[in-house]
Design a protein. Sequence first.
Length: 317
Amino acid sequence: MADYKDANGIVYNESDIRGWAARRGISFEEYLDVKGLQFDKTDYDDADFGDKMTSLGASTALGFVSFAEGLSDIKDGLIYTMSTAGEDLDAKQKEIAMKAIKTQYGGDPFEKYMKKLEQSQLEFDEASITETFKEGDYYQGGFRAFEAGLQSMPSILAAGIGIPGLIGLAASTAGSKFEEEFEEDPSQKATTLLFNAAGSGVIEAGFELATRGLLKRAGLVARAGGEANMKLAEEIVRGGAASIVKNVGSGMATEAASEAATELTSTMWDSVTLGKKIDWERKIYEIADAGIVGGLVGGVMASAGEVKKKSRASQEM
């Protein structure tokens, strides 16, 4: 069985925890919440090759499962907002109302899978990727950035699909944000939470337009056809290595700036709509992390585009 640990790092066996929960007449999950126990993940420094591959696979799957869960959450948020409109409810009553809605309409269908996948991810000593690099652990920092990039694949695919994909991304982001803010403070007005969530979705989808532009420039999204392909082939042949370096560098810079701007704009949006106080000391690392992951993803997309362009150029010339 698995192990769980408390805030002080003391480890408890799952079988013991289940026994304690049964004696108190509550569920295993409720006991974990009451005692603040978390799954004892494998630390990166103790992980072998298999553990690292498992973590990468779990992160990739988690990105897609989280996307689907977000779509379910926005449904629950909309029903909750309409159901409680005009009602004067306290925080406890609002939690009961949300629980009833989720029970009746099948809310959180992917939550158990998300928890299982999160348990398969590795644990790191530093809170952020930036801090890992700051400590000089470049291999671990690179691993974390790569893993985060894999988890962001749904948003990249959504950008590649176009308007339908971006609408889906906005809805999923909004659903996840509504759920997150409701769990943090259920006393908030439903309309306020929904307004904040909708704005967060629009911000995420809006900045993903930059990703779609990068995909187009990289030739990873369908272009106009034969004439465009011939022009592209001519451009590649003339540009040579300088063109490749320029395009890859531009891709990295564009995506890094886009992701960092998304994080910053979302933070400011929360401050305006929810009155949240910004912890800039912590937030600067999150913005930097977004830029690092975005730069990595942008570089990979641009590089893949250059390979595809070269292949297409050789066929067209």
